[in-house]
Unconditional design. Structure first.
Length: 288
């Protein structure tokens, strides 16, 4: 059985996060994941609030854009969270949306180099090493954390394209696969990840839409615009967007299909009102 998590959607009021996190933990979630998108909430502060509101579940950052982060400052922030909440943090990093990075004046010359060098530097700092790196995008000269974590948080990537997936397999502890990707896409992604050298311990984390509804027409009214937008981003028809939208009795087989394709963690993103009741219903349908 995979880990089952829930996403705190970026459009929910930030002040709802502590109660949402506590309710997710009480419902039996293994993970709570948050997002960082330009103009919404910052991932470090959001993660700190979620960790403080809970005592058991992992909290995942999905994802922080590497161009926005000094590797040293990011390592300092992650170390603080990991020391106070050992074993409960997963740090996700990615390239960032190119247009957003352009808006902020931080678009790198080499996104691949920046992401890999950031991950390598952060990992070394979290291990307590004195890091010196004269890279293509990252330069650090003899920096060391005074308080490295006792339990290292996994560093995972949220990436899409083949070369980035290979990068993830080469240097990261796991890979986040975006909403809408099904078993076929997971199998293809794992091919590239393993080409990068990933071992069996590499954690494949899959985000998927959730909406419990026995009425297809009503479900389409509530979820259609989100699914259409994701379909456009993925370059597929809306009908090919994999999701857990529909009746509860269909969900176990869909989760089993994702697990069979290599998913170790499945993060449900509830669409529509009442996200926690939807998540609880899904957990019950999955035998949790």
């Amino acid at each position: 059985m995979p880990r089952i998590g829930v996403l705190f959607d970026r459009d929910l009021p930030p002040e709802d996060l502590p109660a949402f996190a506590a309710a997710a933990e009480e419902a039996g979630a293994d993970d709570l994941w948050i997002v960082e998108d330009l103009g919404w909430a910052g991932s470090i502060s959001t993660t700190a609030l979620a960790l403080a509101a809970t005592s058991r579940i992992r909290v995942g950052i999905g994802i922080a854009p590497a161009p926005l982060r000094s590797p040293a400052l990011l390592a300092m922030e992650l170390a603080m969270l990991a020391r106070v909440h050992p074993g409960r943090l997963v740090a996700g990093l990615g390239h960032g949306v190119p247009e957003w990075m352009r808006q902020l004046g931080v678009k790198p010359k080499s996104p691949l180099s920046l992401l890999e060098e950031t991950i390598v530097a952060v990992q070394g700092l979290l291990r307590g090493e004195t890091v010196t790196l004269d890279g293509r995008e990252v330069c650090i000269d003899g920096v060391r954390l005074v308080h490295p974590p006792t339990v290292l948080p996994p560093i995972v990537t949220g990436v899409v394209k083949p070369r980035s997936l290979e990068l993830s397999g080469r240097v990261a502890d796991g890979t986040i696969i975006a909403e809408g990707n099904g078993p076929e896409q997971l199998t293809d992604a794992l091919t590239h990840i393993r080409r990068g050298g990933a071992a069996d311990e590499h954690e494949l984390i899959v985000f998927t839409y959730l909406h419990v509804n026995d009425d297809p027409a009503d479900a389409e009214k509530i979820t259609g615009s989100m699914v259409e937008g994701q379909a456009s981003w993925l370059g597929v028809p809306p009908s090919e967007v994999f999701s857990l939208i529909g009746p509860l009795d269909q969900m176990p087989s869909k989760v089993e299909a994702l697990t069979g394709a290599g998913a170790k963690t499945i993060v449900l993103r509830p669409l529509g009102p009442d996200p926690i009741p939807q998540f609880k219903a899904a957990l019950k349908a999955l035998g949790r």
